[in-house]
Design a protein around this ligand. Structure first.
Ligand code: FAD
Length: 431
């Protein structure tokens, strides 16, 4: 007779752990199976973690969780061949409790988060791979691991196995994602002393900066480069849609090397020691590529379900909230004694009520909009840079002549028909 528990969670990322924590707190018997040596061991996130969704699971977590820096400054930049321009927002509001977001090392954060689930009563098994699902009477009834006598049975299996979930495919919940529904991102961790980071980014101890950089950071492909300050490392990365990388024959490692070597970027990293390189897929198909979220005996959460907002770099918080809501649906299903698709369908309703599905719907056409307009990440940064350079250069032109030159640059760079089309398209995006 196989072992049996209430719920098996596959994957101890933020989605799986949030589910396990919520279930264990409600008194359900829950086992989490994680293939890594420890939770977070396999994670390559940049990354920035927002405070509010995390607090829904662990109030005031910033007092005890391993966090790198509280992010007090956000820069959105455009990079051309030889210039960098953009907007910076910095506020002291983000420098004090309850804070807004933090840079985190997921290897450390995930272990801490998983320890919260363990404290609540969840049982976490590491270094074990779930290879298949067990079906009984047309319902998913457990998982098969690679171990001897490694079958484990449960009323519900939560699939939290991350991007490109093979198990969700096996469960018949979704197909393999297409290259235009996922981004490939390369990331490096560069070590610098804490003091040096604080000097270069003009922040006090414990506080940091997040930068998203568009344009030449991806060689003009749809995607972006990022730089986040950690305690004594800098996360730097870049990535683009897999389909565009395949089509243009570019690879993300070269793209990252060029980004790091750019004269506007290199001084931020100078003298730093490379401590880690990784590359990973991010599901970016969003609303249009979303799988079925539940079936008889199973639910899919987080990246495995493609629940991610790439525009606001919200992956971990979508993962956590979806895991929490999946757990709440399971708790209701247990009370009703119904673990069929009908019994678990409450998960979809809860997600629809939350910001997760509402946001995915709101941004559903942003990627197709931007992808159809390659000039936004190519010509537009160039034009704005030329106009800015003209404005800032003092020569013997009287200002009236200069204004004329700037207007000509802008008029030529923003053809009326195309710009009107972009504006109307952008307004439609907001509907
Ligand atoms: P994951 O965190 O991927 O966890 C899945 C877990 O399942 C893993 O631990 C894995 O080992 C385990 N697993 C998989 N298959 C099996 C199996 N068969 N058996 C057992 N265990 C298994 N998000 C943000 O919020 N902010 C950021 O700044 C950010 N930056 C990012 C930068 C990069 C370079 C990348 C790649 C992603 C970034 N993300 C960011 C996205 C974020 O990492 C994900 O959205 C988030 O980790 C999703 O959580 P998850 O729990 O669904 O999946």
């Amino acid at each position: 007779q196989d072992e049996r528990v209430d719920v098996i969670v596959v994957g101890a990322g933020p989605a799986g752990t949030a589910a396990a924590l919520t279930l264990a707190r409600a008194g359900l018997e829950v086992v989490v199976i994680e293939r890594g040596a420890y939770p977070g061991a396999k994670n390559v996130m940049g990354g920035i973690l927002y405070r509010q969704p995390t607090e829904e699971l662990v109030p005031e977590f910033w007092r005890e969780a391993p966090l790198e820096r509280a992010i007090i400054e956000q820069r959105y930049m455009l990079l051309t061949e030889d210039s960098l321009l953009g907007v910076t927002y910095r506020t002291q509001e983000f420098a004090k409790e309850p804070y807004n977001s933090f840079s985190v090392m997921r290897g450390e954060f995930d272990q801490w988060f998983a320890s919260k689930a363990e404290e609540a009563g969840a049982f976490i098994i590491t270094q074990m791979v779930v290879e298949d699902l067990i079906w009984e009477d047309g319902k998913i009834d457990g998982v098969r691991t690679g171990e001897e006598e490694g079958d484990l049975r449960a009323d519900v299996v939560v699939l939290a196995d991350g991007a490109n979930s093979l198990l969700a495919q096996k469960a018949g919940l979704h197909r393999e994602w297409k290259p235009n529904e996922q981004a490939l991102v390369a990331k490096e961790l560069i070590r610098l002393s804490e003091e040096e980071i604080e000097r270069r980014f003009n922040v006090p101890s414990g506080q940091g900066v997040a930068m998203e950089i568009f344009g030449q950071s991806t060689k003009g492909l749809l995607g972006y480069g990022f730089i986040y300050t950690n305690k004594d490392t800098i996360s730097i990365g870049t990535g683009a849609l897999l389909s565009d990388l395949i089509e243009t024959g570019r690879n993300v490692s070269d793209m990252l090397n060029d980004f790091k070597a750019h004269p506007c970027i290199a001084p931020m990293l100078e003298g730093g020691e490379l401590v880690e390189y990784s590359a990973h897929l991010i599901p970016e198909g969003g609303w249009h590529a979303m799988p079925r979220l539940f079936t008889d005996g199973a639910l899919v959460v987080g990246d495995a379900a493609g629940l991610l907002n790439p525009i606001n770099r919200e992956g971990s918080n979508f993962a956590m909230i979806s895991g929490k809501l999946a757990a709440e649906a399971i708790i209701e299903a247990k009370a009703a004694g119904d673990f069929s698709a009908v019994g678990l369908s409450r998960y979809q309703e809860l997600l629809e009520e939350s910001f997760v599905l509402q946001d995915l719907y709101t941004i559903r056409n942003v990627t197709p909009f931007a992808h159809a307009r390659p000039w936004l990440l190519n010509e537009v940064p160039e034009v704005l840079s030329r106009a800015m350079r003209e404005y800032l250069t003092v020569d013997d032109d009287p200002k009236r002549v200069k204004q004329g030159k700037i207007l000509r640059i802008l008029r030529d760079g923003f053809p009326v028909g195309r710009t009107l089309g972009d504006a109307v398209g952008a307004l439609r995006l907001l509907r």
